[in-house]
Write a protein that binds this ligand. Structure first.
Ligand code: SF4
Length: 214
């Protein structure tokens, strides 16, 4: 029998996840369940829709961090689902990432994980519309979840979407200083592994600007 006709033998270990990866995934699954069951903001008096929205697994090389899920994300139970997602995945597509592949293999999260609801009437937001920006208290309540997720996923690149994510994760820079710049740093989430940051505007804000400019 020629060598190429020999039946291929697989060592049983070929079907087993790397133990470290599996351990991180197991911990991440437990963290996901904890976040979905979290009611901290409700108990603090905020009228949010509990049940965090995010997706991804340990070992993802890229992590997207947005502001908070929107109303359609709550229905579809997946982040960046509707118009914001359409624009975001258009941009990622131009960079060579297909949406289905990206959703299956990379991680998508946000500064706060639950839908914060609409802005109250009389809001001073310049557009006078849209979802409420999570308060500083909600951001602080949710931050440990983001830090623990980062420590378990250990991405190589983070894409920060919108002003709040940039403000929370690149605190030492002003927005005007980071336009068209990329960062590499050793971060405290896990020892000595370099992490690259990139950032893009909030897709819904871009869509709104585009509409008002035409
Ligand atoms: S936004 Fe975060 S801290 Fe607040 S209830 Fe949801 S998961 Fe908990």
């Amino acid at each position: 029998m020629k060598a190429e006709e020999q039946p291929r033998e697989f060592h049983p270990s070929a079907f087993i996840l790397h133990p470290l990866r599996m351990d991180r995934q197991t911990q991440l699954d437990a963290l996901h369940a904890e976040i979905r069951a979290c009611r901290k903001c409700l108990l603090a008096g905020y009228d949010i829709v509990p049940g965090g929205i995010f997706s991804g697994k340990a070992g993802a090389r890229i992590m997207i961090v947005g502001q908070a899920p929107g109303t359609t994300e709550v229905v579809a139970l997946r982040p960046f689902n509707a118009s914001a997602g359409k624009r975001l995945f258009q941009w990622l597509g131009q960079a060579g990432f297909g949406e289905a592949d990206f959703r299956a293999n990379q991680y998508i999260s946000s500064v706060t994980k639950c839908y914060p609801g609409r802005m109250a009437n009389g809001s001073k937001h310049h557009t006078g519309r849209g979802d409420r920006r999570p308060s500083k208290e909600e951001q602080a309540l949710c931050r440990p979840y983001l830090d623990r997720t980062l420590a378990l996923v250990q991405p190589e690149v983070m894409i920060l979407v919108g002003g709040l994510a940039i403000e929370k994760l690149l605190v030492k820079y002003k927005l005007c200083e980071i336009v068209v710049r990329r960062f590499k740093s050793h971060d405290a989430w896990y020892e000595s592994k370099p992490l690259s940051y990139s950032h893009i505007p909030q897709p819904t804000a871009s869509i709104y600007c585009a509409r008002t400019n035409h």
